[in-house]
Design a binder for this molecule. Sequence first.
Ligand code: UGA
Length: 300
Amino acid sequence: MRYVVTGAAGFIGSHLGEALAAAGHETTGIDCFTDYYDPALKEENAQGLDVRRLDLSADELDFSGFDGVFHLAGRPGVRSFGPVFGDYLRRNVLATQRVFEAAVAAGVRVVFASSSSIYGDAERHPTPEETEPQPVSPYGITKLACEHLGRAYARGFRLDVVSLRYFTVYGPRQRPDMAFARILRALHDASPFELYGDGKQSRSFTFVSDAVAATVSAMEGGTGVYNVGGGAEATMLEAISTAERISGRTLDVRRLAAAAGDVRRTAAETSRIRADLGWKARVGLEEGLQAQWEWVAGSR
Ligand code: UGA
């Protein structure tokens, strides 16, 4: 098959590109190599992949001849208040609308990377897909807007689209602004880690190979929206002590106030994706953090 992966130089996108190539698919990556975090890291991520420099919010897009588009590009991160909002609108909402237009024109299926952050402070945990979305971050609001755009294009123009709500994905090459990347870097460098809030906030942490497997399956089947969440939920304090055990070091934790846009808890109900696509998370927190620690310890 011939696939497009947008955001191919990013964390999840680069793993997806590798997995598709390993499975024998012809894959073209797209990335605009934004500088909101170190572009050199993205260059590293993209090594070995065919990644074209393109701005989805402005450049011409032509997906004809491809069998599907994995749309993972976007401005990530829930701590998204303030003047950066224009960038979230452009890189998430506008870029996605343009990807959907081009996908309709070419008649190709799209797997769209949504986020658990569309739930906000969810009414139910574990949270099934039909729970009312109540995002508490500007970022989550843009991801929800993209899901709605997908539905509107499906209804109006028969766009073939499926949205995946990823739950806090981690693993080797994780975005450097995310908690585990910072924790493991701090353990490695003996530098401090700033913990937002009391550390009792919890997440359905999802290992990147599980997220990739779900993403590939969603190109092959399924419809609507799916939660993609790791099997076991953990608090930040639990994750920190697991990371300390794995590294054999003690983390220097500095406590800060809770961050606006952060939710208290995410917990994925994954029976829908299991029933439709046969997917379930396979990598536990201990094993996944071990792999990420080995990458951090070996990479620099
Ligand atoms: C992550 C991603 O950043 C989003 O792009 C993604 O859409 C989202 O998951 C999701 O699942 O929807 P988040 O859960 O905030 O968002 O992921 P982390 O950055 O790994 O944060 C996890 C927890 O660690 C949060 O409670 C956060 O407040 C805390 N944290 C993070 C710190 O205490 N210190 C830090 O330096 C960074």
